[in-house]
Design a protein around this ligand. Sequence first.
Ligand SMILES: *[C@@H]1O[C@H](CO)[C@@H](O)[C@H](O)[C@H]1NC(C)=O
Ligand SMILES: *[C@@H]1O[C@H](CO)[C@@H](O)[C@H](O)[C@H]1NC(C)=O
Ligand SMILES: *[C@@H]1O[C@H](CO)[C@@H](O)[C@H](O)[C@H]1NC(C)=O
Ligand SMILES: *[C@@H]1O[C@H](CO)[C@@H](O)[C@H](O)[C@H]1NC(C)=O
Length: 185
Amino acid sequence: MRSEIIVGAVAALVGGASAHGNITSPPARLPGPAMQAACGAQAISNVESDATIPLEDVFGTTAACQLDLCRGAKFEDNVDLVQSFTPGQVVRMQAIIPIPHEGPMNVSIVDTATNTVVGDPLIEFESYADESLAALPANNTNFSVTIPQLAAGQCTQAGDCVLQWFWFGTAAQQTYESCVDFVLE
Ligand SMILES: *[C@@H]1O[C@H](CO)[C@@H](O)[C@H](O)[C@H]1NC(C)=O
Ligand SMILES: *[C@@H]1O[C@H](CO)[C@@H](O)[C@H](O)[C@H]1NC(C)=O
Ligand SMILES: *[C@@H]1O[C@H](CO)[C@@H](O)[C@H](O)[C@H]1NC(C)=O
Ligand SMILES: *[C@@H]1O[C@H](CO)[C@@H](O)[C@H](O)[C@H]1NC(C)=O
């Protein structure tokens, strides 16, 4: 118990001192009461102390949290942020990467009921957020995706689908997720 408390405190300090990345536009899911109910108070405290932390720095969750979908953030807390897209629409996305960690990134449509990727990623980087570069390429924080044509009825109800930004820092062994709720018109 004591060692768990110490580990938690050290993690909180490390988390508080660093920041890694998230999606700032279109507006992405934020924590709220539904996430607290599913993920617990410790997880809320972790993501509120640093809204850019990786999944690996979010503690105290159980399977009910579904941390590996949108870092546990819930549709119910974000019903006002649902975007409407049309097939073929080019959607500009903005990210912040205060602390880069080189690795792959993609933005994919994820079916939230099954937590599975729908079709191919809309954008993919083999090497993203490379901290060895003097400056990150502009397209790391400012890029666009084109909304595909989906099967009839797919992603037409709010909450069904998200655009999930998924980035894995290979050497850091850290996973980042940010989700934009949308409906396809
Ligand atoms: C992204 O991080 C910034 C800075 O911590 C925070 O203000 C913002 O709410 C975060 N956005 C999301 C979608 O988590
Ligand atoms: C792309 O993102 C999904 C989650 O949105 C993830 O499961 C998958 O591993 C990623 N693909 C690569 C090549 O990183
Ligand atoms: C990002 O921009 C770099 C040039 O700075 C380019 O080489 C790379 O192909 C671009 N990646 C994507 C996924 O658009
Ligand atoms: C993002 O990139 C687009 C296309 O290159 C450019 O027109 C726009 O000014 C950029 N936005 C920002 C905030 O850098």
